[in-house]
Design a protein around this ligand. Sequence first.
Ligand SMILES: Nc1ncnc2c1ncn2[C@@H]1O[C@H](COP(=O)(O)OP(=O)(O)OP(=O)(O)O)[C@@H](O)[C@H]1O
Ligand SMILES: [Mg+2]
Length: 314
Amino acid sequence: MLEVNGLTKHFSSGILQKQHVKAVDGVSFRIKAGTTLGLVGESGCGKTTIGRLIMRLIEPTDGQVLFDDIDLLTLKKRELRKIRPRMQMIFQDPDSSLDPRMTIGTSIAEPLKVHGIVPKHERSQKIRELIKTVGLSPEHVNRYPYQLSGGQNQRVVLARILAMNPDIIIADEPTSSLDVSVQAQILNLMKDLQKKFNHTYLFITHDLDVVRIMADRIAVMYLGKLVEIGETHDVFGYAKHPYTQALLSAATRMKPGAERKKQTLLKGETPGPIDMPSGCRFHTRCPRKKNRCMIEEPELVEIKGGHHVACHFI
Ligand SMILES: Nc1ncnc2c1ncn2[C@@H]1O[C@H](COP(=O)(O)OP(=O)(O)OP(=O)(O)O)[C@@H](O)[C@H]1O
Ligand SMILES: [Mg+2]
């Protein structure tokens, strides 16, 4: 179980005038072991920052991350090093995750070596096994990343991650640099691996089609905050927040032949996380806006088993 409570990250930026970017501003959610939470929202809303905070690649301003009831943010360096292999992050671009000077085999061997996961004499057997698990063939072992396709390289990244035997995988747009057909293969592979190893996924994406396939639950984020969270079926079928509704209708509009009814178009630009609107941060673009929304910030409220929405007018 992964639990995030009130997670907050404010970056300071600007040389002359210090400005605070509220990248993540009090986010809470839970992911049950072996399930997937999809995290969606526009560019810059704070998705990657959440991933990096959970991994403790950056330090939070405030909040708590519990992993099987262990408070990750208070762990000392040594304890953190012990627990680290159990949590892994996949990034958007496989090319930047693999060392171009290392063969695929060496690349997969590295985590096995560093973490002493299998004895030396069993290492090449383990590499062959991992290669097979991710759907590559033994002949790939001696190749370099540039000799493989993007999809094959993302498989190598997965093999490296599996080498550590993780419980939690944070996947940050893991397929967005791939062709649609290859994308589907990698997503299927990730689903199969989850079934086999009972991985817990935090799946970050812009793509609502992808999240619909991958996620048991979906969290929708707007300017550093969650505006809606619930079972995938509820969020897609009964979206309550005007922002979620707008995202969904924008996605349907882009599909050829999709019905053109009930369009909730978002007006205006997304405000920056520096000049955050008062009250409900979505009010500047909200079709339902009333005076109260400019003053009072709505809390996430449960409207039905596990379906939470942050809006004064639901
Ligand atoms: N190191 C940093 N210093 C200052 N601001 C940062 C830093 N990292 C991220 N930000 C800001 O925090 C906000 C959230 O960034 P983040 O990368 O988490 O967004 P995102 O939702 O992952 O976007 P995308 O979908 O484009 O990947 C952005 O406004 C970004 O400019
Ligand atoms: Mg990102």
